[in-house]
Structures are given as structure tokens and as C-alpha cells.
Design a protein around this ligand. Structure first.
Ligand code: ASP
Ligand code: MG
Length: 419
């Protein structure tokens, strides 16, 4: 008899009716003979509503109190879901994150899981219960309640799966798997049947909203197999696991779009050693997460430095930019919030030359201007204007033939295919 962990997101448990549908799915899994642990998110937009509520009291609320507030969302769902399972005649018991020993650091509102003491979950499973655990929350060693950052329930599910040695962690959501691009933007995007942690990490880090990045990291570090699938159908979704020899690894796995960052430019900073260090020290001290950086060619002894930051860090970034302009005698800083980061991701890039060239050509053919570029071994990212985001994603998806079984890499004159 195996153990499976199932995680249901906010949409899947958004109403009492949906809660009952989920309860049926859970008891079906129990009927198949598996022991089942369920991790659940807050209902629908509950977390957003709580954030909104807090903002009406204090625009910058203390993070400890924010966690006390946000943790209530999941506590509502676990109790209701346990009731829904009881109503079907099965035995279920709900637990909060702290109750099942999800131990975290002190990073309120974005805490990291340090340890999972899953004894209580194991004991309840032994006792024949279906175990329902609140996602997104944990406790510090000295007993403070924490939350794991938005979308953190995926991470709870993976951590519990690792803690109880589950065969699989099924993440149920409102889409039926991981796609080559957002199907709302690219109607002929293809579902990926199986993908390596490596490629999934890049997809998740660059705007593929289906799986939480930290959950994928945790899964990779602990070898947890994830099955990402729809709570509305029975069709198989996407399996995320360690790459193995005969795994069909796509040259390009997909195209993502991330509109959650903004671009900050510091204009006319003096061009001498130590300037970049001064800018980014200020940003780091203000707890601003800097991503892509570009320094323009200097003219008349000054230069422009641009970088991207999450929009959620903008208040702090603006304050830090003020200080930088003062300190360095730069002209000014400007923020562009309407940017989009378009990424092309695939393990095969390591061995296929010409991918970046084809990407830039496809964007230029579609009339999309590239602002910043960055790469990793399996990713090329271009920052473009937000207005061009959908055009860019569609152009790349078509250029690389991502709807087809075979990816199209245009041959480059004078270059062999592959290695
Ligand atoms: N309820 C939390 C959120 O909305 C956690 C989650 O859904 O995973 O971010
Ligand atoms: Mg933006």
C-alpha cells in the first residue's frame, strides 16, 4: 500500500460544491488502497481578500501579524474539507502546518521550510484516517506562525511528500498540466507529458504559473516525483522528475512570459570603478531582489545602469534609487513597470547552436524590439515592452514549432546540426 499526497489549489476548493467534488476524488484514491494525505490552499481569492483587508488597516503591516492573518485562510479550507470527507462516510482529520511539524525559519511572509516532523501525519495514516494539512504555513522553532510566500501550498505538499516518503505528490490545479506556453496566449500550445526538474525549474522561475518554484526546488532536492494535473478531469497531467537516460527531453520545452518585474534605470552615473558596486549594495541593503542588469556604453564620462526588480520590491527600490542618485551624483532614476520578460527554455540548448539567433530573428520578424537579454545554460530571456508580450510568445512558439512533435531549429549556414 502506497502513500500519495494530493494538493488542491484555491480554485479547486473555491465553493462548497467544488469542495464536495474534491472530497469525492480523495475518497476514490483511498478506495484504490492508497493512504492519502491532502494539502489544501485557501478557498478561491481568500488570501487576496485578507491582504486587501490588512491594507485597509495599515499599508505596511507588521509581517508577523500578516502571517497570523494569512494562515487563517488555509485553516478554513482544511476544516471544511475534512467535514466534506466525513459527509461521504470516510474518516478524515485536519491539521495546521504547525500541528504537523512544518518547521520554518523566521522569514515572515516568505519563510523557508527547515524540517518536516511528519510523525503526526504518519500516526494518523496508520490509524486509517485521511489526513488534511493546511498548505502555505509553518512554525518557527520558538513557536511563531509563518507563511511560505504566495503559492506556498505546493511547497507544503512536496515537503510532506518527502517527509512521509510518498510515492508521488499530485498537484491538482485548474489546468491539466504544464504547457509549452500559456494556452490562453497560444491556443495550440501542447501539454508536456514528462519534464526534468532542471527544465521545470527554469519554467517555474520564469513565469510558468502552474507550479511554484520553491516546490520544484524542494522536489528536486528530495527526489519527490510531482504529477501536476487538473482537478476537473481524470486525464493524466505532467510528471516532473529527475531526467533519466531514455527520457524524451525536448530541445525546447517552452516559452514563458513574466510581467511581474519592472525596469529601473539610473541615468548619467559617473563611469568609474566602484559605481556598480555602490548601486547594487544599496539595492541589496534595501532587500531589493535584482535580476537582469545592463550597463550602457559610457558617453562623456557617464553611463546608464538598468536592472529589473520584482514589482513587489518597487517601493524599496525607489527609496534606494533616491539614495543612489544622491550618493553618486547621478542625474535621475526612472522606472518602467510595463516590461515583460520572455524566456525560451530547453535542456537541448546546451548542445544546439543557433537557438538564441533564431529567437532574436523571430522577435525581429514579429516587429518586437528587445530591450535586455540574459541567458543561462538552458534559457534565453529577452525583456520586451509589455504591449509586445503576447506577440513575442506566439512568434517564438511558432518559430520553434512547439505545437508539433518535432521542434524546428533553423539550420544556420555553415553550421552542422547539433554538437
Ligand atoms: N493561499 C496562498 C496563496 O494564495 C497559498 C497558496 O495558494 O498556495 O498564495
Ligand atoms: Mg510589469
Amino acid at each position: 500500500m502506497g502513500i500519495i499526497v494530493q494538493k488542491y489549489g484555491g480554485t479547486s476548493v473555491g465553493t462548497p460544491e467544488r469542495m464536495r467534488v474534491v472530497a469525492d476524488r480523495i475518497v476514490k484514491a483511498a478506495d484504490r488502497g492508497d493512504r492519502v494525505v491532502v494539502v489544501v490552499s485557501a478557498m478561491g481569492d481568500f488570501t487576496d481578500d485578507l491582504i486587501e483587508l490588512a491594507a485597509q488597516i495599515d499599508p505596511e503591516p507588521p509581517e508577523r501579524e500578516m502571517d497570523m492573518l494569512l494562515a487563517t485562510g488555509e485553516q478554513v479550507s482544511i476544516a471544511l474539507l475534512a467535514m466534506a470527507i466525513h459527509a461521504t462516510g470516510y474518516r478524515a482529520i485536519s491539521f495546521t502546518g504547525p500541528q504537523v511539524g512544518i518547521m520554518t525559519d523566521h522569514g515572515h511572509t516568505k519563510a523557508k521550510i527547515l524540517e518536516v516532523r511528519a510523525d503526526r501525519v504518519r500516526a494518523a495514516l496508520e490509524d486509517g484516517q485521511i489526513v488534511i494539512v493546511a498548505g502555505f504555513q509553518g512554525m518557527t522553532p520558538d513557536g511563531q506562525i509563518t507563511t511560505l510566500g504566495r503559492g506556498g501550498s505546493d511547497t507544503t505538499a512536496v515537503a510532506i511528500a518527502a517527509g512521509v516518503g510518498a510515492d508521488v505528490c499530485e498537484i491538482y490545479t485548474d489546468v491539466d498540466g504544464v504547457y509549452t506556453a500559456d494556452p490562453r496566449v497560444v491556443p495550440d500550445a501542447r501539454k508536456i507529458d514528462e519534464i526534468s526538474y532542471e527544465a521545470m525549474l527554469e519554467l517555474a522561475a520564469n513565469g510558468a504559473g502552474v507550479l511554484n518554484l520553491r516546490a520544484v526546488e524542494f522536489a528536486r532536492n528530495h527526489g519527490v516525483v510531482i504529477h501536476c494535473r487538473s482537478s476537473f478531469t481524470d486525464i493524466p497531467g505532467t510528471i516532473v522528475r529527475e531526467a533519466y537516460d531514455s527520457m524524451e527531453q525536448a530541445i525546447i520545452s517552452g516559452v514563458t512570459c513574466d510581467s511581474s518585474e519592472a525596469k529601473v534605470t539610473i541615468r548619467d552615473v559617473p563611469d568609474h570603478p566602484g559605481v556598480a558596486a555602490a548601486v547594487f549594495t544599496r539595492m541589496a541593503e534595501s532587500n531589493v531582489n535584482v535580476d537582469m542588469i545592463i550597463q550602457n556604453i559610457s558617453e562623456a564620462g557617464t553611463t546608464d545602469i538598468s536592472f529589473t526588480v520584482p514589482e513587489t520590491d518597487l517601493v524599496r527600490a525607489r527609496r534606494a534609487a533616491d539614495a543612489v542618485v544622491q550618493e553618486l551624483g547621478a542625474r535621475e532614476w526612472v522606472v518602467d513597470e510595463s516590461i515583460a520578460k520572455i524566456s525560451l527554455i530547453g535542456a537541448g540548448m546546451k548542445t544546439h547552436p543557433g537557438v538564441a539567433a533564431q529567437m532574436f530573428r523571430a522577435l525581429s520578424d514579429a516587429g518586437v524590439n528587445i530591450d535586455l537579454i540574459s541567458t543561462s545554460t538552458i534559457r534565453v530571456t529577452c525583456v520586451v515592452s509589455g504591449d509586445d508580450a503576447a506577440t513575442a510568445v506566439r512568434a517564438l512558439h511558432a518559430s520553434f514549432g512547439l505545437s508539433e512533435d518535432e521542434i524546428t531549429i533553423e539550420s544556420i549556414p555553415g553550421c552542422g546540426e547539433g554538437e
